[in-house]
Each structure stands twice: as C-alpha cells, then as structure tokens.
Write a protein that binds this ligand. Structure first.
Ligand SMILES: Cc1ncc(COP(=O)(O)O)c(C=O)c1O
Length: 291
C-alpha cells in the first residue's frame, strides 16, 4: 500500500493528496513549516518544535490550527507506517486557498495543514570524519529569519552557490556578522569557549542550537551567546553547524582555507558524543515506555 500523508484532517495516499492552485502557499509562499526528526519511532524534541511552529504562525498572523495532543496523534500515525525506523516529519501550514489572488490577508480563509514522514537521511560518515567545507556569502534574506517560513528562495540560491563552489553550506553574513547557515545554525570555538550568535530576527532559533547549549551547560563546557564577526569566524579554532538532520557537524574548510589544523576539533568530538548519548537515551526510553 502506498504511503499515507496527513492533509486537512485526513490520511490520504500521497498520490491522491491534492491542494488547490489558489493556495496561498503555492501563490505567495504564504506559510510556515517544521522538520522534526524521530528516533526509533519517537519524535525528538517535539514540544520545542511545536512551540517554534506556534511562534512562526504568530509571526505571520495565523492561529495554531492544532494543539500538541492533536499533532502527537497525527505524527504517531505517520511514523507507525515505518515502525521503529529513524524518520523525519515534514509539516507545513499555509494560509490556505482563496478565490482571488490578494496581497492582503483574507479573513474568511481556512489553513492548509499537511504532514508526512520520510526516512531520516543519515549523515554521511565520510563527511563527519573529514568535516564540511563552507563559504561565506552576503545574507540576501529578509529581516524575519526567526520565522520558519516556506519562502526559501534566498536560502536555495545561497545553498546552490555553495554547491557550485564545491562547498556543502554557506554561512550568511549581515553587517559583518556571521549569523547562521542556509539551513543550519552556527557555532565557533574561540579560546576553548563555545560561541553561537544570540537569537535575533537574523537567524532561526534552532532546536538543535538550543540542545547544544543545554548539553554544554550540563557537561560544564564553557559557552556564550555572542555575535560572531567574519574576522572571528576566520580565526576560529573550530567551526560547527547544527540542524535537526545534520546534528552537530564539524566544518574544516572555510572559503577554501583550513579551519585551524583542518581536522574536526576536540570540542566538537565532545559535543558530538554528548549529542549521540542524548539520542541513545530517547531510544532507550522508547524501548521501555513505562519508565
Ligand atoms: C535557516 C536555518 N537555520 C537553522 C536551522 C536549524 O534548525 P533546527 O536545529 O531546528 O533544525 C535550519 C533548519 O533547517 C534552518 O533552515
């Protein structure tokens, strides 16, 4: 049987799931989304993702169409299709379809709510070992990057430019400050201190970013939320990027030059191990749910 996706209250085979061409997501990119990893069938940091989803909705003047329990039920059903496999949920809410193409926000409109599960793309072990190559680019995005909007043209163009130049990610720079990647948050290590830029309208408040800070705190590793200038990025002992699917990735080349000695650093090794232990705890909990 073909895979079911969730669309507006129903679970439908993917090939039968249709959305109107008048949907404002299609016409304007008028919507928001989340990507949630699930290990052994258990969504990881679900509450945090849903909190950010609600903040994104508020940022585009929409109300949450579903509450946490409703989302939990939907995700459970989607994830059950692959049993205990590691997966990722993509969920998207657009403002919905309307009879006319209007730049103003119609009042009498119902959102389009959609979610599906796919296999979790595993990190390339070779890339984890070698570290990633990144370039810096001017941040050409808008001024509300804290909203996880589906309108991603600037991210796509920047990511493609990185690929064209033989790199895997672009670090986006605004007013001399390195804020984040096209699909990841940014960390550096400077004088043994882990640094990530503070939350602002210029970066997405990453769930993995927050978890890394939490893990650093619990393990007694020194960290700070502080802006990172391009000069600091270039002089960093270590650079990492983080996201729900990439986890914590070491960066070993910046604009074609090695980062420090060109190998993943010792602080990254510690953080990667802490992250792996955190995932392992979730798997353990899912195998003995009565705990
Ligand atoms: C622009 C941007 N920044 C940061 C992130 C990392 O966020 P998270 O850790 O919640 O996946 C993403 C994730 O896709 C992103 O698109």
């Amino acid at each position: 049987m073909s895979e079911l996706i969730y669309l507006n209250g129903e679970f439908i085979p993917q090939e039968n799931a249709c959305v109107s061409v008048m949907d404002r997501g299609f016409l304007f990119g008028d919507g928001v989304y989340e990507v949630i990893p699930a290990y052994a069938g258990q969504p990881f940091r679900l509450r945090e993702h849903l909190r950010r989803l609600d903040a994104s909705l508020e940022g585009i003047r929409m109300s949450p169409p579903l509450d946490e329990d409703q989302w939990r039920d939907i995700l459970q059903r989607l994830l059950a299709q692959r049993g205990d496999a590691d997966q990722q949920i993509y969920l998207q809410i657009t403002r919905g379809a309307y009879g006319k193409r209007l730049h103003t926000i119609p009042e009498d409109i119902n959102p389009t709510v959609m979610a599906f599960a796919t296999e979790l793309a595993r990190r390339d072990p070779e890339l984890v070992k070698q570290g990633m190559s990144v370039i810096t680019l001017d941040d050409i995005r808008w001024d509300r990057c804290n909203i996880k909007a589906i309108t991603l043209l600037a991210n796509i163009l920047s990511q493609q430019q990185a690929r064209d130049e033989g790199a895997q990610e672009a670090i986006l720079v605004r007013d001399g400050q390195a804020n984040e990647g096209t699909a990841s948050n940014l960390f550096i290590v400077k004088d043994n201190l882990i640094i990530t830029p503070p939350k602002s309208r210029h970066l997405l408040p990453g769930i993995t970013r927050d978890l890394v800070l939490e893990l650093a705190r619990d393990a007694g590793l020194p960290y700070a939320e502080a802006s990172i200038s391009v000069e600091e990025l270039e002089a960093a002992e270590e650079i990492w990027i983080t996201s729900s699917t990439k986890e914590v990735m070491p960066v070993t080349r910046l604009n074609g030059h090695p980062v420090d000695n060109g190998h993943p650093g010792p602080m990254w090794e510690k953080m990667d191990a802490l992250y792996a232990a955190c995932k392992a705890r979730l798997r353990l909990r899912s195998s003995s749910p009565e705990d």
